[in-house]
Design a protein around this ligand. Structure first.
Ligand code: ATP
Ligand code: MG
Length: 752
């Protein structure tokens, strides 16, 4: 019972009080995940609960695996029978066994974001709508938002409140697209990610016997990272635990960073209302980080108005101060970070895997990568373009998917003419139209092709059908690995790639082999109950960015976005690109709520560090193809200055004391930077004062070359207009402040 001794008092309470509703709201690094892990071990070991009756929902599948490994150390291999994973993977599994209730085949396909966007694209085209107005990304986001709030297409079309936003944004056809999209997915026997949750809700609402079955099955339900669940997820957990009420959720409101995907902090507040007997446990001792890091994080988050009160403290050492690194450019920033890692490794005998580089957006990885490569420091990027998103992998996967589910429209699109067999786009479109008009499946059209299409193409289709039928038999008769191998060969994919003798061709060939290796590993894995190809495909479809980390054990520096880093910890952390408009992101400056979400994101980033934290920024950076001057992030100024110091590597830029007479340390070099980094005299010291009667003009006629006035930045000239996106932007070169890009929807500009 050693593990119980490694808990403090409130953690112990959280572990042993297993019955009734419990909510643990606690600061970063205070042991929330640890409590959940040991609670499950305790349930099994001490209370004799069958692992089949325990459901634990985590943020990534990797987190679930780590939890399971820890539990296994306490209770043995029985831990493998626990129900654990992300919401999506657990409920995909349940949907697979109950699919017929919803009219779906049990081998339904899971569409990833790319499949979904392609389908929307073709629907927009078929409807003759403008694809600049109905951009696949935007449409998918709106549909996803509706599904996550459990609004079906029928309700969306019926209720003007749901449509209002889209109608005022000149997208009146969204409802029709939503409807067609849903019908097409259904007909294709496919669900997108949001459907996995949406349909689980439908299943539990409309089939009470099914709900009852799972209520009886799951005696204990647990949710980690509860602050990032959406309404759809909340309702699922609530329903599942409605009978026994043994539900335990853990989370930290200060780390809620997925509002843009529909996560709702209200879930924490509602929880108290929904469960009047709720046991609330607070954990306030941080075990992860030094005092400096914990206190710096507290000083940041205390600026947010919307938060539950917590006093996070630590008994750990003070540690070293947070170091600030300034670079002249993004490339130099990469070099500074790489050489700092190199030196830290040498001096403190650290491994590559003790380091993480965190950034706001994926594109920032490039400069870092180059610098690390030059210094021969091994790294891995978590959550970039994943292995499974590569074309050759998606092509083979499409063959596998299609051989299992003959109505999967997106897979058919990929493979019907790859490798080339003379069935062009227009023939495929005809096939899809025929299926829709006759209200039959795609396969019904294909197997009956001569009634729909003339000779030459029809012959090619018949050959294709024969091929797919053969693959289906292979899948039924052979194990998943043999079947996948036969399909890779039989489809002609291996041959086509092999014949392409370029370097890229070779690497694509190797990637396909690597996918076959993955199937082999899956087949050989004793933990896998269902070794069918269908089950392999489902697992792959549900891999998230963090899970996709193929080389787990290697000693590499980890690079990832802050969103991906949730729940993780590293000895040394570098948060790079600490610049205005980048972090906080320009897109998040329009409301207090958005800015507070960015600040929580910064809080998450800081609290990943155990021993040492670096913040770096560049004075200039290429963004959207242009070199821009950058200003240090306001978040640097927000850290209490007693926890931060300037690094000795700090790029030597001529500096001077703050012109504002403000003793604040970070600010004093903010002003120094500005004067020296541009051909313009960039200084915050400006003689400009906005007139009291300042009135912004209507900027709809704004053009390049116009002279404007801004209440803070004074006079300037418009050097560029960006009319392309949903948000109109103007880049203005201000006399005293240099270039700034402003969102015209809320920048106050007077045209002169
Ligand atoms: P996050 O908010 O980042 O998800 P968390 O609250 O889930 O953090 P854990 O990851 O569970 O925190 O714990 C943080 C670190 O502190 C881990 O390394 C964990 O092993 C350690 N830890 C937690 N509780 C204790 C304890 N009582 N004694 C020693 N170490 C502990
Ligand atoms: Mg955690």
């Amino acid at each position: 019972m050693d593990y119980l001794k490694s808990l403090n008092e409130p953690q112990y309470e959280g572990v042993v009080n297993t019955d009734g509703p419990t909510m643990i709201i606690a600061g970063a690094g205070s042991g929330k995940t640890r409590v959940l892990t040991y609670r499950i071990a305790y349930l099994m070991e001490k209370k004799g609960v069958d692992p089949f009756n325990i459901l634990s929902l985590t943020f990534t599948n990797k987190a679930a695996k780590e939890m399971r490994d820890r539990i296994e150390k306490v209770v043995g291999t029985d831990a493998r029978n626990l129900w654990m994973g992300t919401f999506h993977s657990v409920f995909a599994r349940i949907l697979r066994s109950e699919a017929d209730r919803l009219g779906y085949p049990s081998n339904f396909t899971i569409y990833d974001a790319d499949d979904a966007k392609q389908l929307i694209k073709s629907i927009v085209k078929e409807m003759n709508l403008d694809d600049k107005v109905y951009k696949p990304n935007v449409v998918l986001n709106r549909i996803s938002g509706a599904k996550n709030r459990l609004i079906s297409w029928r309700e969306y079309i019926k209720n003007p409140i749901y449509r209002a936003d889209d109608e005022s944004n000149m997208k009146p056809e969204l409802g029709r697209i939503y409807k067609t999209y849903s019908e097409r997915c259904f007909k294709a026997g496919a669900m997108d990610f949001d459907d996995l949750l949406f349909n689980t809700n439908v299943l539990f609402k409309e089939h009470l016997d099914v709900l009852n079955k799972y209520q009886q099955r799951f005696h204990y339900v647990m949710v980690d990272e509860f602050q990032d669940t959406n309404i759809s997820q909340y309702l699922i957990t609530k329903k599942l635990s409605a009978v026994r009420q043994n539900i335990c959720v853990v989370g930290d409101d200060a780390q809620s960073i997925y509002a843009f995907r529909g996560a709702d902090i209200q879930n924490i507040l509602n929880f108290e209302k929904d469960y009047p007997d709720l046991r609330v446990i607070k954990l306030e001792q941080n075990y992860r980080s030094t005092k400096n890091i914990v206190n710096a994080a507290n000083s940041i988050i205390s600026r947010n108005r919307a938060q539950l009160k917590k006093d996070v403290w630590t008994a750990n050492d003070s540690g070293t101060l947070i170091e600030l690194l300034r670079a002249t450019s993004d490339n130099e920033e990469g070099k500074l970070v790489a050489s700092s890692i190199f030196e830290e490794k040498m001096q403190n005998h650290l491994k590559n895997s003790d380091f993480a580089i965190l950034y706001r957006t994926n594109s920032q990885s490039r400069a870092m990568e180059e610098a690390l490569r030059r210094m021969n420091i091994k790294y891995k990027i978590v959550g970039g373009l994943s292995f499974y998103q590569r074309k050759e992998i998606k092509d083979l996967m499409a063959y596998l998917r299609y051989s299992i589910n003959h109505n999967d429209e997106q897979s058919l699109r990929r493979i019907i003419n790859y490798p080339k067999r003379g069935i062009g786009d227009s023939s495929l479109d005809k096939i899809i139209v025929a299926a829709n008009e006759n209200n039959i499946g795609l396969w019904d059209v294909l197997t009956n092709i001569s009634s729909y299409m003339p000779g030459r193409v029809a012959n090619a289709v018949m050959d294709f059908v024969t091929l797919i039928k053969r693959f289906k038999i292979d899948i039924e008769k052979k194990d998943a690995f043999e079947a996948a191998n036969l399909i890779a060969k039989g489809s002609g994919i291996l041959k086509t790639l092999y014949e392409d003798k370029t370097v890229e061709g070779l690497s694509r060939y190797e990637n396909v082999q690597e996918l076959l290796n993955a199937v082999k590993e899956f087949v050989d894995d004793p933990d896998k109950e269902d070794k069918s190809l269908g089950s392999f495909l489902q697992e792959i479809a549900l891999i998230t960015g963090v899970d996709n980390d193929k080389d787990d054990d290697d000693d590499k520096v980890t690079m990832m976005t802050i969103h991906m880093a949730k729940g993780l910890e590293f000895k040394n952390v570098y948060i790079v690109g600490m610049e205005e408009d980048l972090f906080p992101s320009q897109m998040m400056l329009s409301s207090r709520a958005d800015l507070e979400e960015e600040r929580r994101l910064f809080y998450v980033a800081i609290t990943r560090a155990e021993h040492k934290l670096y913040l770096s920024y560049a004075l200039s950076r290429y963004r959207f193809g242009r070199l821009k001057n950058c200003e240090p992030s306001r978040f640097i100024d927000e850290i209490d200055p007693s926890f931060i110091k300037v690094s000795k590597r700090h790029s030597k830029v001529e500096s001077r004391p703050s012109s504002e007479g403000n003793g604040d340390f970070a600010k004093s070099f903010v002003s120094g930077i500005k004067r020296t980094t541009s051909s313009q005299p960039l200084t915050r010291k400006s003689n400009y004062k906005a007139p009291v009667d300042f009135k912004p003009s209507d900027t709809s006629t704004l053009k390049t070359g116009m002279k404007v006035e801004h209440p803070k930045f004074g006079f300037g000239k418009v050097v560029e207009m960006d009319e392309s996106g949903a948000n109109r932007k103007a880049t203005v070169n201000f006399d005293d402040f240099g270039e700034k890009t402003l969102l015209l929807s809320f920048a106050k500009l007077r045209i002169h």
